[in-house]
Each structure stands twice: as C-alpha cells, then as structure tokens.
Design a protein around this ligand. Structure first.
Ligand SMILES: [Zn+2]
Ligand SMILES: [Zn+2]
Length: 370
C-alpha cells in the first residue's frame, strides 16, 4: 500500500501543497481569531494576488505559451518575475505542459485532461507522478529571462513568495501576518484560481466557438481567473491576445496587454478577424442543431430554413473576407478611412448577427422541445 502511494504521488510536491492548504484553511482563520487583522495584511494579499495572477495569465499563458503579443526584454523580465510569484513551476515546464494541453486536448496525452476527472484536472495532475517532459519550448529556452529563471527558480520563488512577505510584515511588527497574508495564503489563492481554468473551465459554461471539445466559456469563471474563463474561445483561437472578445467581457489580462500597447511596451497584438469568429459561431450552432437532430425529428421546412440561413451567412462571410482583404491592400497603399468599405463591413456584420440570432433561436426552441 505504502509502495503504491510512493509510486503514484510525487511526495515532495504533495506534502508541500498539503502543508500550504492546511495552513491556509485551518491555521489562518485561527491566526486571525487570535491576532486580528491590520489594514496592511489584506492589502498585501490583494496586491500579491493581482501581480502573481497577472504574471501567470499575461506572462506564462498569453505571452510565453501562446506568443499572442510581442514585448521588450525588460517587460519579459517583469512578466517572468511576476509569474514566479505564482509558484507554479518554471516557465519551460508550465508552457511545455500547456502547449501539450492545447495540442492533445481531451486525450490520454493531455497532462490535465478533464476526462480523468475534476480532481485530476484541478490539482491531481500536479501531485501525481507523471511523464516528466519538457518539449516544444525551444523558442523559450533562448530567452535570457527564461534561462535565468530556469537556473534560479526555487531560490527566486522562495524569496518572492515567502521571504519578502515575511520582511514586509516585519515593517508593521507582524512578520507572521505578512508571511500568511502576503505569502502562504496568497500563493494558495493564486494556485486554486489558476487551477480553476483547468478544472471548471473544462466543466461549466458554453461552447460558442468550438463544438467538439470540453473547453467552455463562462463569464463567472472569467471573474475568478483574470479573464481566462472564456476558455472555449481560447482553445479555438489560442493565439488571440484576448479571451473575452466583447468590449464588456471581463478580461483584465486583455486590458493590461492593450493598455501597455498604448505606451509601446507591448506590440503586434494578435487578433482573430471577425468573419473567422462568426464562421466558427455559425458552425458551432449548426453542430449543436445536428446533435439535437439525432434525438428529435426536425421537420423538412425547418431543416430547409436552417440550411438557407447557414448558406446565406457563409456567403456573406466570404464576401466580408474579400472586402477585408481589399481594405488591407488599400491601407497598405496609404488610403485611410474609406467610408464605403466601412459601411459595407457594418452591413455584413449586421446581416451575420441576424443570421446567428435566428439560428440560436431555432436551437433554443429545439432544446425546449427535446
Ligand atoms: Zn484548457
Ligand atoms: Zn492556453
């Protein structure tokens, strides 16, 4: 039994994670009960949480893993340091696992496949002994910030996550408070809220852009994950710097990347063209209708209606794409703000929004019948 346990789990990681969680969920409330709270402590937690969380989402995820934008080596170092505060292993390990997750999604090779259960996807894969592989990250190994982190990761992580918060706590005579609020508890919070992306974001929400996948879009999860909750979109278009594409979609990581671009600190932000996004949405709704058609009988007139809406939408997308490419050529020649093209694009946008709404309405009605 003992041998079985030793063979299954990475004991150092398991006990470290257990210790951090036990302190957070059992000792921390007791500490507060005994010693109260001073204003510096929640502030330390909040700042550390945002900085480390952004280090993971903007740095580890959208920059290092997916190269959704470019930046200077100075910002690269900042992102590396903030990401190290997340205590989620080296960039090369994290990105290797994540790139495999995208490539081998929902298969036995997916390191945090939800198909192996919620617990496995959330935290189990970290504490279990798995295939130790660092592949597909040769581009990252060339970066100086990544090389430095690979060499000094554990010293850096210990200093950033525990030593510094302890000393900050010392400045207001509560070193243990500083260590708990700014270190241990903060790390555990960042851990679980990042792990939600691998568990909840493959579990709850909607498939709006890709049908045959476990990845889901959920605005609720976006609130807890610095915008990473729009995970279905992300799996379909992983190189887009946004996860939430609407202006009102809660995606602070997207806002930070965009904000930095105004000061030229980030540039070449990659974005999927709108017609491609709408094509994916139309295809997904059609796939959902086809799935329902296996359970209920759809009458001939409705079937024809669905086909007509879809084919007219796809024709409009083709025309829109043609227009966009003409627009790009004109821009390259120095023409700006061609009102005729802008009006045509708006026309296609409205037409396609109507087509998509009609298909969604049909899908909703069919769901109600089934
Ligand atoms: Zn995923
Ligand atoms: Zn990703």
């Amino acid at each position: 039994m003992f041998n079985k346990f030793i063979n299954k789990y990475n004991c150092t990681t398991l006990f470290s994670i257990l210790a951090l969680n036990i302190i957070t969920f059992f000792y921390f409330p007791f500490y507060i009960y005994k010693n109260g709270i001073v204003w510096q402590e929640p502030l330390l937690l909040l700042i550390g949480w945002v900085v480390a969380g952004m280090g993971i989402t903007v740095g580890y995820h959208r920059y290092f893993s997916h190269k959704t934008f470019k930046t200077s080596s100075f910002i690269e170092w900042i992102l590396m340091i903030c990401g190290t505060m997340g205590l989620q292993n080296k960039i090369i390990n994290w990105c290797s696992d994540h790139r495999i997750h995208h490539k081998k999604l929902d298969t036995a090779d997916d390191p945090y496949s939800i198909k192996e259960g919620f617990f496995h996807a959330h935290i189990g894969w970290i504490v279990k002994k798995g295939k130790e592989r660092i592949i597909g990250v040769s581009d990252l190994k060339k970066k100086r910030a990544v090389k430095f982190q690979t060499k000094y990761y554990w010293s850096m992580a210990m200093i950033l996550c525990f030593v510094i918060p302890f000393f900050i706590g010392l400045t207001f005579n509560r070193p243990i408070g500083g260590l708990l609020w700014g270190g241990i508890v903060r790390v555990v919070f960042v851990h679980h809220f990042t792990f939600f992306i691998n568990s909840f974001c493959h579990f709850i929400g909607k498939r709006n852009y890709q049908f045959n996948t476990t990845a889901r879009d959920s605005w609720i999860m976006a609130f807890f994950t610095f915008g990473e909750g729009y995970h279905n979109f992300h799996h379909k278009f992983q190189w887009d710097y946004r996860n939430g594409i609407n202006w009102y979609s809660f995606d602070p990581s997207k806002w930070i990347i965009k904000f930095l671009s105004y000061f030229k600190l980030t540039y070449s932000l990659r974005k999927v063209d709108k017609p491609i996004i709408i094509r994916a949405q139309i295809e997904t709704v059609n796939n959902k209708i086809s799935e329902l058609a296996q359970k209920i009988k759809i009458d001939k007139i409705l079937n024809k209606n669905i086909k007509d809406i879809t084919s007219s939408a796809l024709k409009n997308i083709d025309s829109w794409e043609l227009l966009e490419s003409k627009c790009k050529k004109l821009k390259q020649k120095g023409h700006k703000n061609n009102i005729f093209y802008k009006k045509r694009i708006k026309y296609f946008e409205l037409k396609l929004e109507n087509s998509l709404s009609s298909l969604m309405l049909i899908l909703m009605n069919l769901k109600n019948i089934s």
